[in-house]
Write a protein that binds this ligand. Structure first.
Ligand SMILES: Cc1cc2nc3c(=O)[nH]c(=O)nc-3n(C[C@H](O)[C@H](O)[C@H](O)COP(=O)(O)OP(=O)(O)OC[C@H]3O[C@@H](n4cnc5c(N)ncnc54)[C@H](O)[C@@H]3O)c2cc1C
Length: 606
């Protein structure tokens, strides 16, 4: 049986000591209600809901899965009741605009909610997760009427939303989308086509589902320049939102998949379903990016959730499971053998999970602050600055944290030994559930191309240099030449961090020059480059956490062990995980020739 306790102390450490969230909230009058008391109360309540309502449905949801019967989809036992409680508790409205029925609390607080609920039960959390993206899309691109009709009900939780991009012939390459939108002359469109792999595409949690659909208008240009975005409800409604006729969006089947079995992944057939355009004609993909960016940060969070859940359960097991004696001398003479936590190799796996989970959480909460800033910027300059930073960090977050989340889940399975492979412990489920995170919302390969190609080389390194500058300013403030009282202790982090950042910039210039001569350089280097970047970004946050912990050690006597543990985990990260950059540097700089020189026909002699 999986267990989970929301890591409130870790989240508060980031909120209060590392990122100064309350100062950030005070800067924005919109967030005046987000006081420490309210935030604490929300965290406590959310923890209770996640631990008591969602966690118990995690393994049973996997066991039972969603069922499909002649177009009707039923979610696993308990999912609907939990969703009802989620709505009654007002959770869907938390980070959304007051004007449309939301509570107007910051997006960053919504991230705390998503983390706790997602760790307790990712499959269940997919339903509100997809709705959240649909809400952001309608909020950003919808008309007042669309907001009144759809957004208010999504915020209230009485309807849910989806993201309908993928078709049988294309997932990554959305320029191949075929779904058609025929204008009816009255402002509505008839949508016809098949979408596959649609998360929350059909279910029994609510009586309407609002699909956000990519489709082509007649005569639209080929490729991505000819795609528009539509709102297509499962059931038609009148202006007051009363449900009317079925809108010909039928569920053809559910996918039988490796994990997240409680999350319905539907094949949807749109057969002259009535929809309305959202955003300008042929700008659908640009509008959809609002959804995709939300979803990408949300998927990055899945990596952190997996690492946390795997870590918490591995730690309990490693303290209880007895096997042989510690090589450095018996640690528990009262027991027949020492617990496996005494063995360095098991420790290495546990510390890796811990470093990934806590370091990943820091990356997520840093990004959540950027999202708050974009949504509430006072000037266009401020908004653009935060948006550029978000654009740069999103592919790193999405790919790096999901790859590391999968690694942590696998360490969890390994720590359980053979029992990890057995269903009842839940560790193999975490591995299965997490595996999708490196695929959907753009695979690791696609995120890597976005980072190195679009975000870095196409901006001549501007976005990377801006981020590197932020890190180097931090390093200078903590360095031996500063007045920082902890500079001696911080030197072990600052020196490797600043030198790796300098190398990051140099390697990027070299890759840019190489790519001018051979275009395959970008595709050949990109995934290694992204992972290399991820380790440096995480190192920056581990250094910040260590610095905050040193400061607190001097003043907060009661919680010294907590801060010491942060510093020791930072030391582990710098000594055991950051050095992975060294081998990544070698492989990312390698010539693409060894990848491409073997003729396609010579790849196999079968
Ligand atoms: C459980 C689940 C839930 C999903 N939920 C949704 C959803 O809610 N809505 C939705 O619209 N879609 C959803 N998807 C679809 C998902 O986003 C796509 O599967 C994913 O984007 C990859 O697309 P694909 O499967 O077509 O793979 P492909 O695009 O065929 O890619 C295959 C491989 O080729 C690589 N590749 C492709 N093109 C390039 C290139 N140019 N350069 C380098 N490598 C390349 C990819 O990285 C990948 O490794 C879901 C999928 C699953 C399995």
């Amino acid at each position: 049986m999986l267990s989970y306790k929301a890591p409130i102390a870790d989240i508060k450490f980031l909120f209060e000591d590392v990122f100064n969230y309350y100062e950030h909230y005070q800067k924005h009058p919109e967030f005046e209600e987000a006081t420490p008391d309210l935030v604490d109360a929300i965290m406590e309540e959310c923890a209770k809901f996640s631990e008591n309502e969602l966690l118990p449905l995690n393994q049973s949801g996997d066991e039972e899965g969603c069922t499909f019967d002649n177009g009707v989809v039923t979610t696993p036992k308990g999912f609907k009741e939990a969703y009802q409680k989620f709505v009654e508790g007002g959770w869907p409205s938390l980070p959304h605009a007051v004007k449309h029925g939301g509570q107007g609390l910051p997006a960053s607080l919504g991230m705390v909610m998503s983390e706790m609920m997602g760790t307790a039960n990712w499959s269940w959390a997919m339903y509100p997760g997809l709705s959240h993206g649909a809400m952001n899309t309608i909020h950003t691109h919808g008309t007042d009427e669309q907001k009144e009709l759809y957004l208010t009900r999504l915020i209230e939780g009485s309807w849910t939303g989806t993201m309908c991009l993928t078709e049988p012939q294309c997932g990554t390459d959305l320029g191949q989308v075929k779904t058609k939108a025929e204008p009816n002359g009255d402002g509505t469109y008839n949508i016809t086509g098949t979408k596959i792999f649609i998360s929350a595409g059909e279910h029994d949690l609510t009586d309407n589902i609002i699909h956000i659909v990519l489709a082509r208008l007649p005569g639209a240009p080929a490729g991505t320049k000819g795609i528009s975005l539509f709102i297509v409800p499962k059931n038609q409604t009148d202006e007051q939102g009363n449900i009317g006729e079925f809108n010909n969006v039928s569920c053809g089947s559910l996918e039988h998949k490796m994990g997240i079995k409680g999350s319905a992944t539907a094949v949807l057939n749109f057969d002259n379903a009535k929809g309305v355009l959202i955003g300008p004609e042929n700008k659908g993909l640009e509008c959809m990016f609002t959804f995709m960016n939300t979803a990408r940060v949300g998927t990055a969070l899945q990596g952190v959730c997996a690492a946390e859940l795997a870590y918490q359960n591995s730690l309990i097991y490693a303290k209880e499971r007895l096997s042989m004696r510690s090589l450095s001398g018996t640690k528990h003479p009262d027991k027949i053998a020492d617990p496996i936590i005494c063995h360095p190799d098991v420790r290495k796996m546990l510390m890796t999970q811990k470093a990934i989970s806590e370091g990943g959480r820091a990356m997520i909460y840093y990004t959540a602050k950027l999202v708050d800033e974009i949504e509430n910027a006072k000037t266009e300059k401020e908004r653009k600055k935060a948006d550029n930073r978000l654009g740069f960090i999103t592919p790193i977050l999405k790919a790096f944290l999901t790859e590391l989340g999968s690694e942590s889940a696998n360490h969890g399975l390994q720590i359980f030994g053979g029992h990890g492979f057995i269903k009842e412990w839940g560790m193999e489920q975490i591995v299965r559930d997490t595996r999708i995170s490196t695929l959907y919302e753009g695979t690791t390969g696609i995120q890597a191309l976005d980072l190195l190609g679009r975000k870095i080389l196409m901006t001549r390194g501007k976005s990377l240099n801006a981020f590197a500058k932020e890190v180097l300013i931090f390093c200078k403030d903590q360095s031996m030449i500063s007045n920082n009282p902890h500079k001696r202790q911080m030197n072990k982090f600052i020196w490797p961090l600043s030198t790796t950042v300098a190398k990051w910039q140099q390697y990027t210039i070299r890759l840019g020059l190489k790519a001018k001569k051979d275009r395959d350089v970008v595709g050949s280097a990109s995934v290694d480059f992204l992972m290399y970047s991820g380790y440096i970004v995480m190192a920056y946050f581990w250094a910040q956490m260590a610095q905050a912990a040193y400061e607190k050690l001097a003043t907060d006597v009661e919680n010294r062990d907590f801060y010491r543990a942060k510093i020791k985990t930072a030391e582990f990260y710098f000594e055991r995980l950051l050095p992975r950059t060294k081998s990544l540097a070698v492989t990312m700089m390698a010539d693409p020739k060894t990848l491409m020189q073997l003729d396609e026909e010579l790849l196999s002699f079968l």
